[in-house]
Structures are given as C-alpha cells and as structure tokens.
Write a protein that binds this ligand. Structure first.
Ligand code: ZN
Length: 379
C-alpha cells in the first residue's frame, strides 16, 4: 500500500490544499478500481466507509490477496470540506464560482475524438489502451487555472483508466440507492445486490457533466463519435462508473459503514480485484432498476412547516400523501397543504430541513415510467 499526497493548485498566497490517495496492488494490474468519497463534502457516510474499507484493503494487501489495482481517495473534496457558513458545512457548491463540485467535468470523448480516429484498429483491447493513453495525455496537458479545476483534473488523472469507478455520496435523508449509466448496469448489478439498494436509477446520460458519467460516458460516446466519423473499429465499454448514495447525511455509524465496506469488499472479490476462496454469495435484488427519467422530484407550491407522513423506503401509490406543509398563519382551511405522489414507486430520498419555501424540494420517488427529459439531475 502506498499513501500519496497530491497538492492542488494554490488559489491564494499562503494557501495549499492536498488530496490523499491510497494505492493498493501493482500499478497497471487489472481490474483497476477507483473509489472516492465525499465529493459533495458534507456527505460523510462514504468517508467512514473508506476508513473501514482501507482496513480491509490493507489486510488483503498484506495477505497477498490484491489481484487488481485499487485506488481509494477517502476525502475527494478538501476545498468543499473547509467551506462553512453560519456554523454549517457548505460542501456542495464552490463558494467562488457557485459551481456544483460534481458537475462541469470535461467531456473526455469530445476531447480525444480527433486524436483517436487515426489510432483505432481491429484489436479492441489495443483501442482501449490507445484511448486511455490519449485521455491521460489530454489530462496531463490540461493547465488548470483555478483550485477547483486542479481538483477535477487530479481526480480524473487518478481514475480515467479505471475499469470500475465508485463515487460514494449520500442524499439528505434516504435509503441506499445508486445512479449509473445504462451501459454500466450489468457490471454493477452485483454491487446493487450486495449493498441491498432500495432504488437503482439508470439513465443513458444524466447531463451536467458529473464525475462518474464523464468516465463511463467517454466510452460509449467516443464509440458513437467514431461511428459518426465513419471509423469502423471495435471500442468496448471499458469503464463502468456509478454514484452510490449511502443513505442520508445523518447515517454516519460504524454499523452502516462496516456493512457497506464489507459489501464493497465482496464486490471487489466478485470483480476479481481481490482474491476470494469462493465467489461471494450475491443476495437477490431488493428493488427493480427504474429510469432516472421516471424519478419524480416532489415540490411544494407553498411555504410552511414540512411534516412527513411517508418515510424514505416507503412504497407509494399515485395520490398518496408524502408530506403536509403547514402554514400556521393562514386564514381558514388553507392551513394545511398536502404534497402527494404523482408517480408510483419507492420514496428513496427526502429533504432534511423541516421548513420549506414555495417551490422547495420535498423528496424523490423512483417511478417506473420515463416522463422527464433534458438534464435529469437536480442542483
Ligand atoms: Zn452528492
């Protein structure tokens, strides 16, 4: 195991932040698995999972059980982690730019398309190696001018050539769920089983340039770009990437984290990154995958005190009351507004605050029928 510090660009005199990566196994060994936590810096369950997973990986390393390469970055966003306002953590948007830390990653397929065209041949694995080399070169040539860009570049330098990428997040109050591109679902079905996901949200592409989708999107988007350019060469989906939502922000406990680290460890065995005496037993799926385009984000048209009648994990029918918004100052019967499910499915996430403004978000339901288009992720 090697612990490596990666300094970020210094944004100001006398200031320097550092990313820390733990490297297990031989560099270049396959599969390469990249795992990071808390890119949204106030989402801490992943940080604790990384702590427990590190123990597991160190033990495997000492026992000679590392078959592939694993890179673990337990604190993926030191910039956001240090941001506070009014005694509260502010780790989702960078103060300087108001940009979401998990959006605006560069379009890697577009970045390397023209250079990839003359490099493609009949050998799929050689094509994969050429694309990884081109992306690595493009990232090395990228001269970031801000601390935030340097963070994005460093995270991509560590992960761009991985076979499997797990980006560990959480929602505000939520049950275990994950997001992935459709192209990545087959390799992640075992992970969803092991983590006992209560919702799986799949999209061809969610939009907005999140970290995970830039890594997996590279392959199917580049393959499409090559076809459009008349290049007939095999290019497989060489990276599967997922955003794992480890329940809610308050779900930081050793019990959860040990259980989740164990599930991820079993997934690493299943994927062949860790040696196993026997293949890990895969429990049945605890849910059916649903399209992200079918997920309804509930909003309240009125302001007031938010009182939930349903909890994350509940299965709802259309018109079920999810929450009441109460205006104790209203005249007459307008005091209570019911927020109802407009799609049937599992309520997989809910907000934490109990005061809501008009237009505010209440929660999310994993509906089975697509009805949304465009950018599918929230702010
Ligand atoms: Zn997040």
């Amino acid at each position: 195991m090697q612990r490596t510090e990666y300094p970020l660009l210094s944004p100001s005199l006398g200031s320097q932040k550092t990313l820390v990566g733990f490297h297990f196994g031989a560099p270049g060994a396959r599969p390469k698995v990249y795992i990071q936590a808390s890119l949204h810096a106030e989402e801490l369950p992943g940080m604790l999972v990384a702590h427990h997973l590190r123990e597991r990986l160190e033990a495997a390393d000492q026992a000679g059980h590392l078959r592939g390469e694993v890179i673990l970055v337990p604190v993926a966003n030191p910039i956001g982690l240090a941001q506070r306002l009014d005694h509260k953590p502010m780790g989702r948007f960078e103060f300087d730019t108001a940009q979401n830390f998990n959006r605006h990653y560069p379009d890697l397929a577009a970045a390397v398309l023209s250079d990839a065209i003359p490099r493609m041949g009949a050998d799929a694995q050689a094509n994969v190696a050429a694309v990884r080399e081109l992306v690595g070169q493009w990232l090395k040539n990228w001269q970031p001018s801000t601390e935030l860009e340097s963070l994005r570049r460093q995270l991509l330098l560590l992960s761009h050539d991985a076979d499997l990428v797990l980006d560990l997040h959480c929602d505000t109050e939520a049950v275990m769920h994950l997001y992935s591109e459709e192209a990545c679902w087959p390799p992640f079905e075992p992970l969803a089983r092991l983590l006992a996901c209560k919702a799986v949200l799949l999209a061809r592409e969610s939009g907005g340039g999140p970290f995970d989708e830039r890594l997996s999107g590279l392959w199917w988007q580049l393959a499409a770009g090559l076809r459009a350019a008349g290049v007939n060469a095999p290019l497989p989906q060489a990276c599967a990437s997922t955003t794992v939502e480890l329940r809610g922000e308050g779900d930081v406990s050793h019990d959860h984290a040990r259980q989740d680290a164990q599930a991820i460890g079993a997934f690493l065995e299943h994927a062949g990154a860790l040696a196993a005496q026997a293949p890990p037993a895969l429990p049945p799926m605890a849910c059916q995958p649903t399209p992200l385009a079918g997920s309804q984000t509930l909003h309240s048209p009125v302001a007031g005190v938010l009182v939930f009648l349903a909890r994350p994990g509940d299965t709802l029918a259309v018109a079920d009351v999810v929450a009441e918004v109460i205006d104790p100052t209203a005249a007459g019967s307008a005091r209570v507004h019911a927020v109802r499910a407009e799609v049937a499915g599992v309520l997989y996430a809910a907000v934490r605050e109990r005061y809501i403004v008009s237009g505010g978000e209440v929660g999310k339901i994993a509906g089975a029928t697509p009805f949304r288009s465009g950018d599918l992720l929230g702010a």
